[in-house]
Design a protein around this ligand. Structure first.
Ligand code: ZN
Length: 198
């Protein structure tokens, strides 16, 4: 990739390092950015820096937000006794888009994966256990149906059940190995409604 000058190469390299962006897309994006008016490029780069600087984790559910508490946790109309456990903020958004879930969430930021050296202490499980000290009626485990997601689900269920709290797992309408964020809303709702106690 030494066809362009150093600065352009650097931009292409940075873009190509983003998830899902290959060399070709990175080149296309780089040329697009270079051809944008200066104020658009300014806005783009500022929005990246501002989002990065303001991003923090919700003190309650650990999702990404720019407030102390995310909009779901700070909404008194939500059912705070029902906690849906998801792997990442994108899964939370997927369920929020259905507009049918009234409870709150807990975002783990990953899943247990012994093969990759990710243990229970590496995801936000401690924070979940802390939340269960308040009145909670049900913990809905909505981790992905991958090996890691299932391992995590079993681990959480063993952890939560002794506290006398109902633990459910979303139905397997979600395809095996499927990431929640790519699944349509109808399938997500069906998986939620068909959840079973574990
Ligand atoms: Zn929150």
């Amino acid at each position: 990739m030494e066809f362009y000058s150093g600065d352009i190469n650097k931009l292409i390299e940075e873009l190509a390092a983003l998830p899902g962006i290959g060399q070709k897309s990175a080149q296309r994006m780089a040329f697009y950015i270079i051809n944008l008016p200066h104020d658009r490029v300014q806005r783009l780069s500022e929005s990246i820096i501002t989002a990065k600087e303001h991003a923090k984790y919700c003190q309650c559910c650990c999702t990404l937000t720019d407030q102390e508490l995310c909009p779901v946790c700070s909404n008194p109309k939500r059912n705070h006794r029902m906690i849906m456990v998801v792997e990442n903020p994108r899964d939370l958004i997927a369920y929020e888009k259905t507009g049918k879930y009234e409870g709150v969430y807990h975002v783990l930021h990953g899943a247990i994966s012994p093969m990759n050296g990710i243990g229970p202490a590496d995801i936000r499980l401690k924070e979940l256990i802390e939340r269960l000290k308040a009145d909670v009626d049900e913990v809905i485990i909505a981790t992905n149906s991958s090996l890691e997601g299932e391992t995590t689900a079993m681990y959480i269920s063993k952890l939560v059940r002794p506290a006398g709290i109902k633990v459910t797992r979303i139905a397997s309408g979600v395809p095996v190995g499927g990431d929640l964020e790519y699944i349509d809303e109808v399938t997500l709702l069906r998986a939620f409604e068909g959840r079973t106690e574990i």
